[in-house]
Write a protein of this length. Structure first.
Length: 138
């Protein structure tokens, strides 16, 4: 997992979030207050829930972010996490500790180095199957 994660503040604007995404070449950020995970914002959220709905660049992240977040625990087994990623069709999951504090982000590409029994390929097949919501809200 990636431990040094940039976290968007819910009071930041979607323009600030988009600029940060562009600068870091990423498509999503966890949204939080300190190390507490409150939601997720993606470039797709900005495009669909923001721009397409006529929201201004100064709209707060909290207005368009996904509040219902899929996540995994830092001490969870990788095969279980990969199966969950396939089931909910996401390529990245925030990683939290048992106190529900954000400790990192796990990308499917990170998991390929840890998985040894083909779990990553199975997860990718599940994630890529047609018909999913393609969002953090399932």
């Amino acid at each position: 997992m990636t431990r040094e994660v940039c976290v968007a503040n819910p009071q930041e604007t979607i323009q600030q979030a988009a600029r940060l995404m562009a600068g870091l070449d990423v498509g999503m950020f966890p949204v939080g207050d300190d190390d507490r995970l409150m939601g997720m914002i993606t470039d797709r959220d900005i495009a669909i829930r923001g721009v397409a709905e006529g929201k201004a660049p100064l709209t707060k992240v909290s207005e368009i972010m996904s509040h219902e977040v899929r996540y995994c625990f830092a001490d969870q087994e990788i095969d279980e996490v990969l199966q969950n990623m396939a089931d909910v069709q996401v390529r990245r999951l925030p990683v939290i500790d048992r106190d529900k504090r954000l400790v990192g982000i796990l990308a499917l590409s990170d998991a390929t180095t840890a998985a040894t029994n083909g779990e990553a390929g199975e997860a990718l097949a599940g994630i890529s199957r047609p018909g999913g919501q393609h969002s953090q809200t399932g």
